[in-house]
Every structure is written in C-alpha cells, then in structure tokens.
Design a protein. Structure first.
Lengths: 406, 406
C-alpha cells in the first residue's frame, strides 16, 4: 500500500502513472465536475452509447428477426459472462436479469430447500431493500426471518439457514471476509447469498476462490451500465443445477421456443432468467462492460482504494470523523465521513461542481469509481470541502432546501 | 361490422378513410415489408426514439440528478397512467415494472390470501410462461395448482381460487368475456388475474367497467415499446391497498429515499414496483405510448378487426382452415390459420417481404397491429400467400431450414 499523495502535484503524478488512464478517456463527463457518486449511478462510457445505438438500429431494421440476427437471444448470457470475469467466476455462472431485488428473491427462495434449516437471516443494518425482500419471501414461503445485529452473520452461520449479506456495506464500506464466511457456512450447512452491489467493478472479487455459491448485484453503480440497468445473478456450478427458481420464465427455459407447457430449466445460472430482458437497457450495459474488458481487477481495486485513502487523509486533516475502515484492505470503493451538517454541506459541494451524497442523519459518502476519476479531481474536491467547512459557506438558505433525491 | 374489402382498390379506399392514418406516418418500416408480427415485437414509432435519445442525454449530462430533474423517479407511474388509459382503467391503477412473468407472480401471490380458497387455476392451453409461473408460485407458497381444460376457467370459478387467464388467447385469438367472468368470480370469492399481453393496444379494453381487479401485460407487442420493454401491472382500487407484494422494493416504498428498514407500500398499483426500472427501455416505451395518445380505442379495435376480417376472407377463399373466431367481436388482433406446411410457408413469405409467425405443429399467425398497418399491405401479403400456396414455391430446401427463432 502506497501512502496517499501529500500535495496536488503528487496527485497529478499519480494520474500520470495511472494504468487506467486509457479508460478515463472513454468517458465524457461534464467539464469541471467531480463526480463522486459513481456508487449511486455510474456515468456512460462511450462504449455504452455505441451498443445502445446498434440495438436501436436492430429494432428499427431487423425488427423481431434481431432476436437471432443481432444476438439478442443470448445477450443476457454474454453480458453475464462479462460480469463473471469481473467477480472471479466462470462462464455460465452469471446471468443478467431483472433487478437486484428480484434476483435476491429468486436466489434466496431457491437456496432455502438446500440449506440445513428453512430460516432466512439478515443483519439489521443491511441495505433496506434486502431486508424487504427477506420479509416478503418469508411471508410467502413460510420461512422464518431472523434479524441479526450488525456484523452478526458470521456468528449466526451455525444455525444453518440462508443469509443475505452485502460484500461491501452500503453505508460504512466495510468489506466482509467472503472466504472465511463461506468456510464457516460449509461447516454448518448454511448458504450465503452475497449482495455484490457495492463491490462489483471496484474490488478484486474472487467468488470461485472464496467458495461463494450464490450472489446478486447491481450493474448501474461501478459498472456504469445505465440507470436501472438490469442486475445479475450468480450461481456456483457446485449447486446451480440443483437450484429451482420460483420465477421460471421462457428465457430460463432449456428450449425457449418450444412453447412447452412444462418448464425445463437451462443449465447453470441461466435458469434464473425469467421474462424477456429489456434489450435497450441491456445493450447499454453490455457496452459499458466493454469498457472493463481486459482491465486487471487488481488495478481497479488499487486505484479505488488509493483515491479513498487520499480522501481519508485529507478529511482527517480537516478533523472529520471517518466512518469507513481506515485500512485499505477492509474498505470498498466509497468512504463515509461524519459531518453533522451533512445535508447542506453536500448541497454546497454540488454548487461547486463536487457531487457526493448524504445519508441521514449525518453521513456523507464519497464514491471512488476507478475508471473515470483522477487523483487530481479528488484532490480538488477535498479542497472544496475544506474551504466550505472552514468558511462556513454551507450555511446558506439555498443549501438547506430539500429536494426529493440527494 | 363492415364487410372486408373485396378488391385491392377497395382496400386502398379503406386506407384513404382510415382515422389512424396519422399514426401510420410515425413509423419508418423498411420499404416493401409487410410486418404481420407486431403481436410478437412491435416496430419503433419515432416518438420512442425521441424519448430514448433524451434519456441518454439525461444520463450523460444530468447523471444521477436526472432521477429528479428528468423525472425518472416517477416515469414508471406516468407510463402506467398512459397504459391505464388504454385498458379502461384510471390513474394510479397501473405501474410499469419488471416482466409479465414477474408481475403475474407478484399479483397472484398477493391475490391468494384474498381469495376464498388458496388454490391457483390455469388452463392447460394458457401461455406457457403463465403456467410456469403458477407452478413456481405453487411450489414456493404451498398453494395447490390445478390445471383446467381449455376454456374451463368460467366453470371453475365456483372453487373460489385465483385464476390466471389471458384476455386474448395467444394461439387462437379467442377473446374472453371479461365482465361475465368477473361477475361469476364475485359470486364465488374467486379472483381473476388477467394476462392482457395479446389484448392491450388492439382491443377496446374496459377493465373498470368489467369489474376487473388484477391484470398484467406486455408492452412490446401492440404497444410497440421496444424489445423486452418493461411490463405493466394493474390493481383495481377496490382491492389494491389490501394487496401485499411478495417482492417489496424501494420503488414501491411510500418513502423511497428514507432508506427505512421497514417496508411501507405506496398506495395503489405502485406498490408492485420493486427494484429500479430500466430507464432507457422505459423511456423508449414511454415514447411509444405517446404514439397512442388520444387515439380512440374503438378505432384501434375496429381497424385491427377489419384487417383480420380481410385476411380471413382471403384465406377462406384459398380453402384454408381458420383457427380463430370468425366473428369479429370474439377475436383479438391476430388471426391463426392452419397450414400443414406452415414452417416453410412462413419462410417463403419472409423471402417475399411478408413476416408472419409459425407455431408448431401447423399454425400460422398473422398479427394486425392497427397503428402502422394498411389494408393495401395486408391485401398484398395475402396475394403473396395465395401465390406461394398455388405455385408450391414454399417447397424449396432453403425454406425448410430451421433457425432458432421463427
């Protein structure tokens, strides 16, 4: 681990040596914008637009024939294979489909009969949606849902149920030790369903090596797949063909065009495809994944953590409390900082071209997407924060006004 | 009901008098193509491209702010309101979300506790996906799934369960009497979940007037929303606020940005939104719906049925057996014809610029999308069919070769 740059000049030196500089050139971010919310919605790489325009053209001219001629029929599988390479999994182990919520539901429902006990577990500070899904699935299936204290999953694995667990906590940025959890899970007949939403595209994930069997994740954050881009589902080959989806659809059928009344699932993760995927959104995602082709995951992770370390060092120098792990190896792609007046401070930052986000009551999150951010940009963004805090310029009426989305 | 045109000149006269001629001009179909598979994938109206390009631009420049500034946050509700107007329902009663399969699952699961008996019913010739979903839901929920003979739903309503039923049969084009079914359902504590996939955008649907309470449907057929465009869910105001979705997500939460650990559903159909919708695909759909703004449903239905009647008259003149109702009032937007050598005939038609589709073993379907088709085009397409059958020109090796999609 290298120390963070101590000056603007050093930050610029880091950018000169950045092995991901070529990826930066694929983005056309508005001039002067420090976009530190790529963990919320990534910006479009040019490759996304290229594929989206091609899909529009295929719709216009090839029409329904494009299911074959333009390869729409297996686009979700091919995009899944692209994502598999980004999470340390193999071909056929990931399918792009539906939303994270729907995928968590399908995978958790399929996991319940294979776990030693028919119980769902979720930590009480887990991403809210994951908690809703656990509750919804519990109501419908009759599975008991047990709430765990923050970080309580590892200890609870001995109960042998199904566990929804984020690889990176959306608020703190804490990274879970996937391999240790999986090792413990196997001892007790437990199954862990990993939510990779805040981890994919920013960490050097190694699902196969860690023994992970089930995961779902988001594609519109660090993968830059576009607003509401379809999510992904991972099922390890050790169990995938024993998993029965509760949402069987024609796209997951072994013979989708036979129009059989009986459902026969495809092999592997593809069985978790259900209805027709949204091809235009999927095409944009597929193009966004092209921007990650051949990028070493280690370089992605090192850059994201280097940017995070830079922000942490500067925030500490301002006397701010850091709510994320200081140790790089325990931290995901974003850094959370406690700022009592976080809401108006985030608005004041936005007015100066620095986008961060606020989570009540006092958390400001800065996301460090490694593909398009530069050290210089992050340095200047922290300059802006220091100035806003030192001058008290955040305390103006327009920065206190609430919008629907922050 | 007017008699079908008896000559090409009469067909052209009908086009001159067509009240939907202005809509035809919104489409740029390839020259010389008779696209009779709009019931499979509708072509793009120009309004779809307009909205899609705007959404791309909002992603590029507004970035995450576009959830507010570009109105992404309630786009699914607004598109739902546009669809509500096309099915005879009111504002707030339709939400655009997920796929038809996922929506059927959510609605059927929510309906089960409100029906008199915890049993799912589906006809054995119902669309295959609907049968898969019934089976998947039955497995997970413990609800018994009973298969009914074709057309057996009405008689079975006295069992008081939940019934999946297409308003228009995907194969025969038979139209169900929605009001009669609903009347009978109420007598017995039964709930019908209508699949409107082959009905929306082609029939003068009146869900409120018929007393329908639950429905889902597809947007990429007669609504021309784009490949895999997100589907819709309808929940009537009489019961919507008592329905609990098994797939609660942040988009269906009453306060989506509060990030509460507890789920509180929005009022009305919006509670059936779950994860983030695919905005690019949704934007294209929203634009496609613009092409239907202000179009009288009666005119849509009359034109589709007029085109169907034209095809039926000409197919009968060729001695073909019609597998769809001859009576206009009982028929949806497509017409199925029995042709023993249906597969190569459809290929031979395609080679002459006429697109129809084939369903094994011997059914050829012609879809009559009322927005973009003309009587003249349909007349000429049937000329091509007559010539192919009379000449035997379908019996060439290249027309027997199987592709993945027909």
């Amino acid at each position: 681990m290298t120390r963070p740059p101590a000056s603007r000049a050093e930050a610029i030196d880091r950018d000169r040596a950045d092995p991901l500089a070529a990826q930066h050139a694929l983005f056309d971010l508005p001039e002067g914008l420090a976009y530190l919310v790529g963990h919320s919605l990534g910006p479009p790489p040019r490759t996304a637009g290229t594929r989206l325009r091609a899909a529009q053209e295929d719709w216009q001219t090839g029409l329904v024939r494009s299911w074959n001629s333009a390869g729409w029929i297996d686009l979700a599988s091919r995009a899944g294979d692209q994502i598999a390479a980004l999470i340390g999994a193999g071909p056929g182990e990931v399918i792009v489909a539906d939303s994270v919520s729907v995928n968590l539901f399908k995978l958790a429902a399929a996991a319940l009969p294979l776990a030693r006990t028919y119980v769902l577990f979720v930590e009480e500070d887990e991403f809210p949606t994951d908690q809703y899904i656990a509750a919804g699935l519990g109501d419908l299936s009759g599975a008991e849902v047990r709430s765990l204290p923050p970080g309580g999953t590892f200890e609870a694995l001995k109960a042998g149920g199904v566990y929804l667990k984020s690889a990176v906590n959306y608020r703190s940025s804490d990274v879970a030790d996937m391999a240790a959890h999986e090792h413990e899970a196997r001892r007790h007949g437990a199954l862990i369903l990993w939510d990779l939403s805040h981890a994919t595209g920013v960490l050097d994930l190694k699902l196969t090596a860690a023994g992970a069997l089930l995961a779902a994740g988001c594609t519109y954050k660090y993968l830059n797949g576009g607003p509401g881009a379809p999510a992904f589902a991972y099922a390890g080959p050790e169990i995938s063909n024993r998993l029965r989806t509760p949402l069987p659809g024609w796209m997951g059928h072994a013979a989708p065009f036979a129009f059989d009344a009986a459902y026969v699932p495809r092999d592997g993760a593809a069985r978790f495809a259900s209805g027709t995927p949204p091809i235009l959104s999927l095409a944009a995602l597929s193009g966004a994944l092209d921007a990650l082709n051949g990028v070493p995951l280690g370089a992605l992770q090192a850059k994201a953590r280097g940017l995070g370390a830079l922000a942490i060092a500067r925030a500490q120098a301002m006397g701010l409390e850091i709510l994320s792990p200081l140790e790089d190896a325990r931290r995901g792609g974003h850094v959370s900082v406690r700022i009592a007046q976080g809401y108006p401070v985030v608005q004041a930052l936005a007015a100066r071209g620095v986008m961060a986000d606020f989570r009540a009551p006092d958390t400001v999150r800065f996301g460090f997407s490694p593909l398009f951010l530069r050290h210089e940009t992050v340095w200047d963004a922290l300059d802006a924060l220091a100035d806003i805090l030192a001058s008290g310029s955040w305390d103006q009426p327009q920065f206190h006004a609430r919008a629907k989305v922050t």
